[in-house]
Structures are given as structure tokens and as C-alpha cells.
Design a protein around this ligand. Structure first.
Ligand code: SF4
Length: 238
């Protein structure tokens, strides 16, 4: 699997667990507010180095007594054909697993759920589920198939018997308060929805560096408005 980076120990990436975090290389979206530009260089291109997979497995084996879980984040991990095999190896070491995804590869997600290779999935919802708005939030890189898959993944995860979190990075030009409420209504009955504070530093689209984020109070108000639809709504800082 093409892993561009690793955090050996994190207390914030898997709720309630000490986790290692692996960052997969490459992404099909180009969200203007993304901070992971260095991860988006596709495998095989200049600057797209990645770590040796066998060394990662050895490291995870050695650290098993300190860690509870492994989070596979990105980039978009589901673009990586070796993902199911990689998760299977991590599971064999005895770890609980979490996947962070943009939801654009429903078939891969379905396979991972079906084969019990993920215990927790956190899926980004980039914006209101209307193609034009979603396209803008993805930086203009969203095929019709990707968009259908995003909706398919939402449906799949709402039925899956694993831990699921939906999350939106709330960015003033992309999301008004009523948009966040529309998303909450769309995922009505979900167990967890997180509103992630937008951080204007080092964004993929440099224009977004000049945007003033919503205040914490404004995000808390949006969260409050979403609570009738989702069991747990949290505001996350970057
Ligand atoms: S989905 Fe968007 S935010 Fe996530 S890695 Fe890809 S470009 Fe960045």
C-alpha cells in the first residue's frame, strides 16, 4: 500500500483509543480548503515518495502493546488497490481499524465493511448533496460517478453495523448555516456528525488563506440546530 506518512501515536484520531495513523498517497478531489497538498501527488509522480509497507507492518507489530488501533487516512485511501489486503494484515496483528474517506468509492467501502476489515469509518460530507455545490467544495474535481458514489456511501454507512461518523469542514464561502442543517437532515438518524473548524493556513487554493472562519460560537449554534436529526453532533477544532 502507498503510504506517504505516519503518525506513530495519536490520541485524537480514533475516539477513545491510542492509534497510529497512516496517510495514503493520492486523492481524486481537490478541496480548496485541504491542508494535505503534499499527500495529493499521485504514486509514480515526482515527489511522490512512500514508505516501505513491510517496515510499517514491523513497526505496528513492535508497538502493539502501546497502541489500540490503526487509522488509515489520506489523501483518499480507497483509491489504493492494496487497501483491503493492507487492512487485513493490520487486523491480523490484532488492531481495531478506522478509515477516513471522502466516500467516492462505494464498492471498496462495501467490501471493507462486508469483510469486517474496518471497525469505524469517518466519511467527509463536503457540502449539500447537490452536484454543483458539491463540485465547488471538491475544487472542481468530481465526476458524476464520484457524486453517485458519495450518495451511495452515505446510504451504505447508514445501514452498516460499525461505528460511523460523518463530518464536514465548515468553510464560510461554501457553507451557510442552512446548508449544514440540510446535510444533517439528509443523514437523519445517523449516530455522529462532526463540524470541523476550517483553518485558513496552507490551503490548496491560496485564496482560501484569506477567508475568516466561522467563530466557535457560530459553529456551536449550527451544531445545536443539527441535534434534532443526529444523535451526537460535535464541533472539532483543527
Ligand atoms: S478529499 Fe479533499 S480534503 Fe480530503 S485529502 Fe482529498 S483533497 Fe484533501
Amino acid at each position: 500500500m502507498k503510504v506517504a506518512g505516519i503518525i506513530k501515536q495519536s490520541l485524537v484520531d480514533y475516539p477513545g483509543k491510542i492509534a497510529a495513523v497512516l496517510f495514503a498517497r493520492g486523492c481524486n478531489f481537490y478541496c480548496p480548503f485541504c491542508h494535505n497538498g503534499h499527500l495529493l501527488i499521485k504514486p509514480g509522480k515526482a515527489g511522490a515518495e512512500y514508505l516501505d509497507w513491510q517496515e510499517i507492518i514491523e513497526l505496528l507489530r513492535e508497538r502493539k502493546s502501546f497502541l489500540d488501533a490503526v487509522v488509515v487516512s489520506g489523501g483518499e485511501p480507497c483509491l489504493n488497490p492494496e487497501l483491503p489486503q493492507a487492512l487485513s494484515q493490520i487486523k491480523e496483528l490484532g488492531y481495531t481499524t478506522k478509515l477516513d474517506t471522502n466516500g467516492s468509492r462505494t464498492a471498496v467501502l462495501a467490501q471493507l465493511v462486508e469483510q469486517s476489515l474496518v471497525d469505524y469509518v469517518a466519511m467527509d460530507i463536503k457540502g449539500v448533496l447537490e452536484y454543483k455545490k458539491y463540485l465547488e467544495a471538491c475544487g472542481g474535481r468530481l465526476t458524476n460517478e464520484d457524486f453517485l458514489n458519495v450518495k451511495g456511501s452515505l446510504y451504505l454507512l447508514q445501514k452498516a453495523e460499525i461505528e460511523v461518523e460523518f463530518r464536514t469542514t465548515v468553510v464560510p464561502p461554501l457553507h451557510k448555516q442552512e446548508d449544514i442543517l440540510a446535510i444533517a437532515r439528509h443523514i437523519q438518524g445517523a449516530s455522529r456528525y462532526s463540524l470541523q473548524q476550517f483553518n485558513p493556513g496552507h490551503t490548496l487554493n491560496p485564496d482560501y488563506s484569506y477567508i475568516t472562519p466561522y467563530t466557535r460560537e457560530e459553529l456551536q449554534y449550527m451544531a445545536q440546530e443539527c441535534r434534532p436529526y443526529v444523535k451526537e453532533v460535535k464541533v472539532l477544532n483543527t
